[in-house]
Design a protein around this ligand. Structure first.
Ligand code: SAM
Ligand code: SF4
Length: 323
């Protein structure tokens, strides 16, 4: 099977795979983790390091060029370093999304694995608000770890989920932060997942964000890379940039090139798809997973998993999918 197998029925080439390593996390972000007592998937049911490597290799043989590790918090896994090292040997770009609490322990691992870009979640620059949004007190550590990443020349994108009435005012703080630091801060519209109390009224939309930012800054539009989910801007003269991820009000599914595997080895062809394909069970019983991958991709819907409204969401929670 050739490296051009990963087209869906709409002609979109899928060459980007996001692999969740765990549904456990050391933070409790209100928009992501359903509740404090969520049971994490037992280790035996998670893809093991060798399984992740083999399954990822199959995707690469089919045409995947880029892999992002995510979770839950991927760096929480005891074998995270081993998994990163194994995947770094494969012929695909490797990147990671993390809350950065443990990043200082991974700088050397990232470097030897040729990871150049790290996405970090942070929703406010105020420690008290951080505690309210995550139920944990790791704000200073995360901020310090972001500076450590910059010092070591990693490209850092900071992901901020904007929830109306909760943290939209922090948009100004984040833009001010880009004045002297080469960060790309990404403002993400609050998305609906199981157990996150989503309501359309809580979405601070792209249009609202732009209107708010216009009151304070002079900024310019930058060119967006192909398949980029973010719309990128920059305040004139600032070192960094800011972007918007507009899944709710302006979905960017037309260019989608993403596939996902949950930590328990289920393939999802879209963040919002309700169907999953159990690759791990097939792999464990010695089956060829290629036909399963291709048929999962062929079932991909044109937009947002075929959901045109966001009410009555039937999906996993974000923490169990892997954002
Ligand atoms: N723990 C890592 C982190 O926080 O970056 C990786 C996993 S997290 C699920 C991946 C991304 O999903 C984060 O940037 C987070 O902000 C985003 N996310 C989680 N729930 C979301 C929601 N309801 N709407 C929009 N983005 C969300
Ligand atoms: Fe954990 Fe990331 Fe979800 Fe926050 S967004 S609860 S850090 S997985």
């Amino acid at each position: 099977m050739s490296a051009t197998s990963l087209f869906d029925t709409f002609g979109r080439l899928h060459d980007y795979l996001r692999i969740s390593l765990t549904d456990a996390c050391n933070l409790r972000c209100v928009y992501c983790m359903p509740n404090e007592k969520m049971l994490v998937t037992p280790s035996a049911k998670l893809m093991q390091a060798n399984e992740i490597e083999s399954i990822a290799s199959t995707f690469i043989e089919l045409g995947v060029k880029k892999i992002r590790l995510t979770g839950g918090e991927p760096l929480l896994r005891k074998d995270a370093k081993a998994i990163i090292q194994r995947l770094s040997k494969l012929p695909a770009e490797l990147t990671i999304s993390t809350n950065a609490v443990l990043v200082d322990e991974f700088i050397d691992t990232f470097k030897t694995a040729n990871i150049h870009s790290v996405n970090v979640s942070l929703d406010t620059l105020n420690p008290d608000e951080f505690f309210a949004m995550t139920k944990r007190g790791d704000f200073e550590k995360i901020k310090k770890n972001i500076y450590t990443l910059l010092m070591h020349n990693f490209k850092v994108k900071v992901n901020m989920v904007v929830i109306k009435g909760i943290n939209e005012h922090a948009i100004f703080d984040f833009i001010d932060w880009t004045k002297n630091y080469p960060l790309d801060v990404r403002f993400i519209e609050f998305m609906p997942f199981a157990g996150n109390a989503w309501q359309l009224e809580k979405v601070f939309s792209y249009a609202e964000m732009l209107t708010m930012i216009e009151t304070k800054y002079e900024f310019e539009k930058l060119e967006d890379a192909k398949n980029d989910t973010a719309k990128k801007y920059k305040v004139k003269g600032y070192s960094g940039s800011f972007s918007f991820i507009t899944t709710v009000t302006e979905p960017f599914c037309g260019d989608c090139n993403r596939l996902r595997i949950t930590a328990d080895g289920k393939m999802k062809n879209c963040l919002f798809s309700q169907n999953e394909t159990d690759l791990l069970s097939a792999f464990r019983s010695g089956k060829n997973i290629r036909p399963l991958i291709l048929s999962c991709l062929k079932n991909k819907k044109l937009e947002r998993g075929g959901r045109f409204d966001f009410e009555n969401i039937e999906n996993r929670s974000m923490i169990r999918i892997g954002g």
